[in-house]
Design a protein around this ligand. Structure first.
Ligand SMILES: Cc1cc2nc3c(=O)[nH]c(=O)nc-3n(C[C@H](O)[C@H](O)[C@H](O)COP(=O)(O)O)c2cc1C
Length: 180
């Protein structure tokens, strides 16, 4: 592939081990359709509509790897309880010929205390840029805990039939300030 000769967006693509029917990917857009942290029929209908419309891959936005990592209401919480609903979702999307990814996220400094009930964690003490409240510095033990939560959530996503598990590394979430 060369920048002067880009592939046709409707050509199939190989994304690691996953074969996509085309290069059109529906980006993560904070669906907020999971009031109890679980997949709802509303969320299934939302993603099936994109799959039926022809995307190669649809992205389930911001699946929280742990309860204190929530940034907004209505996000999926990646526990074993979520597996049956996630399976229904991935099966419905696959039935339309599209692939599906589960975006994993931990909000870190931009976690909302109103939702989580706990003070947000950041690489160092700082002001939460969205809630304008102080966050506290994360400890080494807690960093290891968050890493473990990402690994467990990825396993849950794969067990539920997701084709890929991108992580949210932007929007000031926990991986973003840790990188800079
Ligand atoms: C309403 C809305 C919600 C979004 N939610 C997420 C999200 O949950 N996770 C994420 O990584 N990006 C999220 N984004 C960012 C989009 O996925 C996308 O990266 C951004 O809109 C830029 O894409 P564009 O350059 O094609 O417009 C959101 C964007 C919008 C407009």
């Amino acid at each position: 592939m060369s920048p002067h000769n880009p592939p046709d967006p409707f050509d199939p693509a190989q994304l690691g081990p996953v074969r996509l029917r085309n290069r059109i990917i529906k980006a993560a857009t904070s669906e907020g359709r999971s009031p109890d942290g679980l997949v709802t029929q509303d969320l299934i209908d939302f993603h099936v509509a994109y799959a039926r419309g022809g995307v190669g891959l649809t992205t389930v936005a911001y699946c929280c790897v742990s309860p204190e990592g929530a940034s907004a209401p209505g996000q999926i919480l990646m526990t074993r309880n979520a597996v049956p609903g996630l399976q229904r979702l991935t099966e419905a999307v696959h039935a339309e010929g599209a692939a599906i990814s589960a975006q994993l996220g931990h909000a870190g400094p931009v976690a909302s205390k109103k939702i989580t009930g706990v003070t947000a964690m950041a690489p160092s003490r700082m002001v939460n840029p969205t809630a304008l409240e102080y966050c506290r510095a994360i400890s080494r033990r807690e960093i290891a805990g968050v890493v473990e939560c990402f690994a467990d959530a990825a396993e849950i996503a794969v067990d539920s039939g997701a084709d890929s598990t991108p992580s949210n590394c932007t929007s000031a979430t926990i991986i973003c300030p840790a990188r800079s």
